[in-house]
Design a protein around this ligand. Structure first.
Ligand code: GLC
Length: 746
């Protein structure tokens, strides 16, 4: 009888434990098995409050300082079980050393997560994300993240602080280089490709990375384009334009989200409960964990919403922040806040739970050294395959902005090429920003790329001509001499790599230094000149555009920059890139973007003298280069646009002819205008594209199928639905050059 009784009690306790675990677990994270959740609940019950707070603390390793503070006691904290994750530490040896510290020295031996800013490649660096977006090749973008994940995990990492999916309409902001530009629909598609590339289908595999959607939210809309500045916009704009790419990441299963430094309408994101809990978790169903940006909890004090670090930590935890990046705000405050009954153990457990779930998903509890495989590190970095892909991706990311009199490609008859300009032979600048473990010495410069490609009867001379960003013209003479002695001149102009990226806003976004003057004297020689631009943002190259016969936008192409650009310059690759961010004529036009509203007094080009319309006295309303713009070495014409509407289905077909003399890829773009809505609607909205190869002389019929769901938009009640009425369908080679047809959808 006694044994039976004991057995019954044991079963009851076991059932309670299991049922308790099932009830208390987060609203059922799909990626976690019930047995893992059970282990997590059991672990939570054994953790001290200090150990719980430790899991909510992320520290930099000091290998690559990406923010304003560095505390060197991270190793001591690891040993004390007060660290949940480390960032900016990699290589198998170093990760193993730190992981071993956590497992051997701490009481509960909870493995660490290792994160890094793997933004556009890890060792093999691909074009900056804004450049990649201009390829309009979702498969290539996904593949680049797959390779990045392969390389990063081969060096011990299992978390990346990417993709950055901030919508950007202001090129003064230095971080436009990190995103996909101004269009919400395209950014959502690119965001999902990136998350899939990083996370693959199994986070526990040793070659997949936990991704992190950032910077939540609307970090890309700072007033005056000045980094970290105030963001203030209507809820309608937030929902219509800025939030969807983050939601797209959540829908793609992103494992973490990073809060942004900025406020939105008076509330800093890091203490915004509506944003982090009501919207992200309760409305969107996000199941991962929320990490702050670098010391963003501490920055609630200068934001003016917290008087001290303890209050800041309370605000952040109450808002829904799970992990504190580098600020020690949680480490120094949460135990006191709990003991002072200012926060609850449930709040702590909820935060620790999602962090532990991520570690289970990554397989770290099964094998904390899963990502520490020396053999992989030796074999999987900078492979020939990744270099070959990178080279193609560079060429695909280039955008041909101008090409008068077929200046490009460089004719095969050319015997002497003069390469002139401060970006012509600069390894360090080819990487661009956020180049993770990329090694500048392994980058191929434009000079090297051209020399690699031309045959032996072509000589290449190089003159720097000037520095990128000072007033020294003393080398103009040598540059002029080089140009005069050549058949063909390439000008390598643009920004230094550090002139875009974080904390790198510019109020004047023309070519810096004396580069315009250098361009002018070289172009005035009358030689055939092609400009190659290296930059991390759209530039107001209005003056250069009047002077130069040909301009190729190459962004910062990464490891294989020089080879990929040379393939385009010499005609091996026909450029197909299209801008995903508008190029303004000058800073006065900013913000300028294609999906603008008509206003009540629209400017009508057919009536240029009208006074009382929305216009400037001193500048056109049109950009220098519009969204979706990019030329080819061939030419495409659009005809026979046909539409049919059947119920909720809209079918669109168009014929695209390659009317030039060589094969080429074209990004056929589909836009819609909703002529009348219960709120104002943009003049155009991208609703589809197809990147197609059309051989010379070929006529291709391209078909798009939309439904009324594609016509939906947010209303003041923040509900999204479409309204019947008149629409215009536009199809074309960019947002400004289209053919159109009106349709009625009931
Ligand atoms: C930086 C950036 C963020 C990055 C983080 C870690 O301040 O804002 O994008 O992921 O710190 O390096």
């Amino acid at each position: 009888m006694q044994n039976m009784y004991k057995l019954k009690i044991a079963v009851i306790i076991w059932m309670m434990l299991i049922s308790d675990a099932v009830q208390s677990q987060n609203p059922g994270d799909q990626g976690i098995s019930s047995s893992d959740n059970f282990k997590i609940e059991a672990l939570l019950r054994t953790m001290t409050i200090d150990e719980k707070v430790g899991q909510l603390s992320l520290f930099i390793s000091g290998w690559d300082v990406t923010g304003p503070t560095l505390n060197n006691n991270y190793k001591k904290l690891i040993k004390e079980g007060k660290v949940g994750a480390i960032f900016n530490a990699y290589t198998v040896d170093y990760v193993r050393e730190l992981q071993k510290m956590a497992l051997d020295e701490s009481r509960l031996k909870i493995p660490l997560i290792f994160g890094y800013d793997v933004i556009h490649g890890h060792r093999t660096i691909f074009p900056i994300p804004l450049g990649q977006a201009c390829s309009w090749d979702l498969a290539a973008i996904e593949k680049s993240e797959r390779i990045a994940a392969q390389e990063a995990t081969a060096e011990g990492l299992n978390w990346t602080f990417a993709p950055m999916v901030d919508i950007t309409r202001d090129p003064r902001w230095g971080r436009v280089d990190e995103g996909a530009g101004e269009d919400t629909w395209l950014d959502c598609a690119i965001a999902q490709a990136r998350v899939k590339g990083f996370q693959g289908t199994d986070l526990a595999a040793n070659n997949t990375l936990l991704a992190c959607a950032k910077h939540f939210a609307a970090y890309g809309a700072p007033q005056a384009g000045r980094d970290y500045n105030t963001v203030d916009m209507s809820q309608l704009s937030l929902y219509e334009w800025y939030l969807p790419p983050y939601k797209a990441c959540v829908d793609a299963g992103v494992g973490s989200v990073m809060t942004s430094f900025n406020e939105i309408a008076g509330v800093p994101s890091t203490s915004n409960k509506w944003l982090l809990t009501d919207l992200l978790r309760n409305s969107w169903g996000f199941k991962g964990f929320v990490v702050t940006d670098f010391t963003a909890i501490n920055e609630l004090i200068p934001h003016g919403v917290a008087t001290d670090l303890k209050e800041a930590a309370k605000l952040a935890l109450n808002a829904g922040v799970d992990m504190d990046m580098q600020g020690s705000a949680y480490l120094n405050s949460l135990a006191d806040l709990y003991n002072g009954k200012k926060i609850t153990m449930k709040q702590l457990d909820d935060a620790v739970r999602v962090v532990l779930q991520a570690k289970f998903k990554l397989g770290l509890f099964d094998d904390p050294y899963r990502y520490c495989n020396k053999e992989r590190q030796e074999k999987e970095l900078m492979t020939p395959e990744s270099q070959s892909f990178a080279r193609k991706f560079v060429a695909q990311s280039c955008v041909l902005l101008k090409n008068q009199k077929q200046t490009l490609p460089i004719p095969a008859t050319v015997r002497t090429i003069a390469l002139i300009g401060p970006l012509g032979d600069s390894k360090k600048d080819m990487l661009g920003n956020w180049s993770a473990a990329g090694e500048s010495e392994k980058c191929v410069t434009l000079l090297e790329g051209i020399k690699n490609r031309v045959n032996k009867n072509v000589s290449v001379i190089y003159e720097k001509g000037c520095n990128a960003n000072d007033r020294d013209k003393s080398s103009f003479g040598n540059a002029l001499k080089a140009a005069s002695s050549a058949d063909y001149v390439i000008l390598a102009l643009g920004e230094e790599g550090g002139m875009s990226g974080e904390a790198s806003s510019r109020s004047n976004i023309d070519l810096p230094g004396v580069q315009n003057e250098l361009a002018e004297i070289i172009i005035n020689t009358g030689k055939p000149v092609a400009v190659v631009l290296f930059n991390g943002r759209p530039l107001t190259i209005t003056k250069l555009n009047t002077l130069a016969p040909a301009i190729l936008e190459s962004w910062f192409g990464g490891t294989q920059a020089g080879n990929g650009i040379a393939d385009v310059l010499l005609g091996d690759v026909n450029p197909s890139g299209k801008l995903t961010m508008t190029f303004p004529r000058n800073e006065g036009q900013i913000p300028i973007f294609y999906n603008a509203k008509n206003t009540g007094r629209p400017y009508n080009p057919a009536d240029p003298g009208a006074k009382y319309v929305s216009r400037y006295l001193d500048c056109s309303n049109d950009p220098l280069f519009p969204f979706g713009y990019g030329l080819s070495y061939t030419s495409f014409t659009y005809s026979n646009l046909a539409t049919t509407v059947e119920g909720s289905k809209i079918n669109v077909t168009v014929q695209v002819t390659n009317s030039g003399n060589r094969d080429g890829e074209e990004v056929v773009q589909l836009y819609i205008r909703d002529k009348v809505g219960s709120v104002t609607r943009p003049l155009k909205e991208l609703k589809g594209f197809q990147k197609v190869l059309i051989t010379k002389g070929e006529i291709k019929t391209i078909e798009f199928n939309l439904t009324t769901a594609d016509l939906a938009f947010y209303h003041p009640d923040l509900k999204k639905y479409w309204e019947p009425g008149e629409f215009v369908v536009y199809v074309g080679t960019n947002s400004a050059e289209t053919i159109s047809k009106s349709i009625s959808v009931k």
